[in-house]
Write a protein that binds this ligand. Sequence first.
Ligand SMILES: Cc1ncc(COP(=O)(O)O)c(C=O)c1O
Length: 485
Amino acid sequence: MTANPLAPDWLRQPGVSGEPDANALATTVWPRNAVRAASGEITLAAASATALAAEFGTPLYVVDEQDARDRAAELKAAFDAAFAAVGSHATVYYAGKAFLSTEIARWVTVAGLNIDVCSGGELAVALAAGVDPARLGFHGNNKSLAEIDRGVEVGVGAIVLDSVVEVERVAAVAARHGRVQAVRLRINSGVHASTHEFLATAHEDQKFGVPLADAPDVVAAIRSHPSLRFLGLHSHIGSQIFESAGFAEAAGRLLMVHAGLLAGGEVPELNLGGGFGIAYTSADEVTPIATIAQELARVVAAECAALGIPVPAIAVEPGRAIIGPSTVTLYEIGTVKDVVVSVVSTGSTTSTAVRKYVSVDGGMSDNIRAALYQADYSVRLANRSSDAAPALIRLAGKHCESGDIVVRADYLPGDVEPGDLAAVPATGAYCWSLASNYNYLGRPAVVAVKDGAARVIVRRETEADLLSRDAGIPGAAAPDQKATA
Ligand SMILES: Cc1ncc(COP(=O)(O)O)c(C=O)c1O
């Protein structure tokens, strides 16, 4: 088969040069308990994809529970071991923004992780899950007074201060509650990492944190308030990062300031944020978390030795690396059409190629990442395998936007047809949490699978849910628009 000129360079052609066929499930991308059964269909933790779709409907997020629990525990073990080896210890916060429900909150806390929340809503979910507030970190560059009040009142373990304004706000709220609130200070380190590269500049043009150079003054302000207890500096340099170099650069910059701060009092910890990358397609090569943890411990220990200071306790706050790979979205395919596209090659000769548009019953409302970040995903037929020659496809949604794409490019067996089930792996992070009701689609259910059993952990939104806030419906309750947090 000749390569389709519309295929991106990174996409390998199935069955060519030893590549697996278009039915294969790349182990780096799929949940650990996903397999293609002898019948040809995909099973997730021994639950049949076809049966899941029939019972719970599509689109459907299916979370491999054991996979998510194991990744949380493994990540914690990796950081524990790496920092114990340099005479310190690590705390791992799960970044709830990746995907938070009460069930997920329980899985990660049982695995020994703490949780980061960044809004009153995320805080409410963690509290509803019964998480000990002392195990919560509270983020955000513009927390409302009501959110700060609630966080302090329930006793969150730490609040990450993002500006000078917040120092005063949190100090006043804590004083009013008669509390001493532990706080971290978010730093804009000038380091920005994105996927395979990182940039290190003197200043980064973004909204989070305070400049590194201002840290001594801001920390002095924090320390001047008896209602605040300073824990340390915090930095988050970006997401979907594959190399440790960016983290190491940020750690080095922060530790220099950290060392200076020790003259004015305790600085028990350093928080290096989240952002560890995962594989979305078989072309993504991910550095094992244990390697990143060891590399970070080595760099932090070396910097501390050079500065002549003790290695602080380290905190990290990954989201995607824990929940991202555990989840698959199941869709039903509704239409398939071949679109002939003009291709201008070198020498400006024009030819044509065919891209198969395969449309499913969800789209940018359940996975906005392709539209928002040009993120790449992969897809497989879930209800059957096929020996048909692979065709280059684009998996489109059903929304009224031409940018409504879930998978920009992959190969599926060329006999893909309406009624088939499509499965898109690695959708656990920032898909459900960024889901919308665009075009009045109800948000899909989330089902956890384990040992062949499936249970709903978040139910599907119904039409009644969608209409429930519309005050114009005859007989609807009068709107109550009092402000809440
Ligand atoms: C402050 C902070 N911490 C942690 C995370 C989690 O990042 P990831 O899910 O990529 O690990 C984010 C993500 O945006 C963040 O902003």
